[in-house]
Design a protein. Sequence first.
Length: 316
Amino acid sequence: MGFDVDSGEQRWTLPVGSPDGAAVFDDVAVVSSVEHVVRGVAIDTGQIAWCVELDPGTGEFFGGLAAAGPIVGALSGDAVVGLDPATGEVRWRQALNAPEATLRGGGLLWVLDGSVSDTPIMVLDPTTGDEVSNVDHVASDAVSFGIGLPPTEADGLELSTSSGGSARQTIVVSVSRDGSAVWEASVPGFVAALVAGPDGPIVVVLDQTAGTGEVTGSAQTVLSAYAAATGDPLWQRELPGTPHLIAQISDDVIAVPVGTNLHAIDVATGTESWVTELPSAGQGGSYDQAGTFWFIETGSSDTAVAVGRAEQPYRD
């Protein structure tokens, strides 16, 4: 669906089946589904600009698609393909000899084995589809649909995170500039983002322990902000439910979806700019729960796109 970034007002909706990947290129949202259909959607109107059906193949391919450089990387049959985001045209095709695969994007296109360790099968130049050598670690600045990797760069600063341990809900936040550490701290929370703001970039952290780091199962969710340049605490905002995604939709506002509600938080103050109820992502099909939204990104205008999916109903 598309919504106004200043008010949250819904502008359009479009059914896309069961989505498993999404990326934004200028004013086109590219969305893939588990039915192996990829659509290019105009963000300002919701109209379908193009639609292609990929080969499902025989392997356990998953991971939808990935934005890499100027192309959309996708899996089709026994190959990785690079699609033109404006037209859906296949720009290149690279053979893939693997029973399972998933994709990550960024400056390069990473084809991973889908394991917990995300071991690369191959790394491709997104412009040509040629294999890239001498790459020894996975690095990606693109959103992975269903995982919700948040933004990690702003104003020359870069954020990296690691788990603070399994016994408590803490995350180690590290901010660097040009490869040199600026500060590092272990804070309550499980996902962090580095976003631009009117008074400088900030680090925001989602925490489901009410700021204690102790996992109790009933604590209040809190969104906490820290100055990206110093690590100094700035503000905290309580949120309902168990949100998992942080997305920057304008220079002044970040969006946090909670089920079918979207909360817009002012970056400078932590106050709630607006909250809107989005249409249920779980209507129809065998998925009868309300679902939630896993991908949010803004086009070049004042409209953002949110892609959601239902949760599979619980069965004994």
